[in-house]
Design a protein around this ligand. Structure first.
Ligand code: S3P
Length: 206
């Protein structure tokens, strides 16, 4: 009788059993990507924010932009932070904000171009995220960054030359990204789809 009762309970869906089942199925079907942020890195003008927004929409995840969060936390624009406090203070704030964002629910996160060069940020990204390096040739990047004058590092000099120098110094760090994507073509939606396919490939070998 008790046995039958138990059966009856199960058939109706014992809440304990049901929860365990859901949990078990969830644990067994979770992939390496489910628990990780997708972090977009690369030089200024690579399209991290625009592509990131599209990727987040496709993946049905929140999107965040590290520079935007730094600006919010500081109550100032990136340019103002550079002007008022200097680059070192910006980098310190950047490191803290990125660490906080990587602690939140898995999102798509666009990082400022210099952040992945920081060893602490790089180590944290490796631990908690999948990193995607958006690559583009310097000429394309220079054309794109010319549309806005909000980037303090490009204010004093020829953007083409500055970007070339930055690439040279940053390339070894960028090369540590899990995935590389050619983002030279301006079709951001297509780039987001290409990233998604690369993420699935990455996931398959984890
Ligand atoms: C920087 C890139 C900028 C911003 C800051 C410094 C860099 O972000 O973080 O101006 O060092 O390359 P974007 O790459 O989003 O332009």
């Amino acid at each position: 009788m008790r046995h039958q009762h138990g059966k009856h309970q199960r058939a109706k869906g014992n809440p304990d059993c049901g929860d365990f089942q859901t949990l078990y199925t969830d644990v067994m079907t979770r992939t390496a990507l489910d628990d990780r942020c997708v972090v977009l890195i690369g030089l200024m003008g690579a399209g991290k924010t625009t592509v990131g927004r599209r990727l987040a929409a496709i993946m049905d995840r929140p999107f965040n932009d590290a520079d935007h969060e730094i600006e919010r936390a500081a109550g100032r624009s990136v340019s103002e932070i550079f002007n008022d406090f200097g680059e070192a203070a910006f980098r310190e704030g950047e490191r803290k904000v990125i660490a906080r964002l990587l602690d939140e629910a898995p999102m798509v996160l666009a990082l400022g171009g210099g952040s992945f060069v920081d060893p602490q940020t790089r180590a944290l990204v490796k631990e908690r995220a999948v990193s995607v390096w958006l690559q583009a040739d310097i000429e394309t990047l220079a054309t794109r960054v010319a549309r806005r004058d909000t980037r303090p590092l490009l204010r004093d000099g020829d953007p083409l030359e500055i970007l070339g120098n930055l690439l040279e110094t940053r390339e070894p760090a960028y090369a540590e990204a899990d995935i590389r994507i050619d983002a030279s073509a301006g079709n951001h939606q297509a780039t987001a789809q290409i990233i998604l396919a690369a993420l699935k490939d990455w996931e398959a070998v984890q």
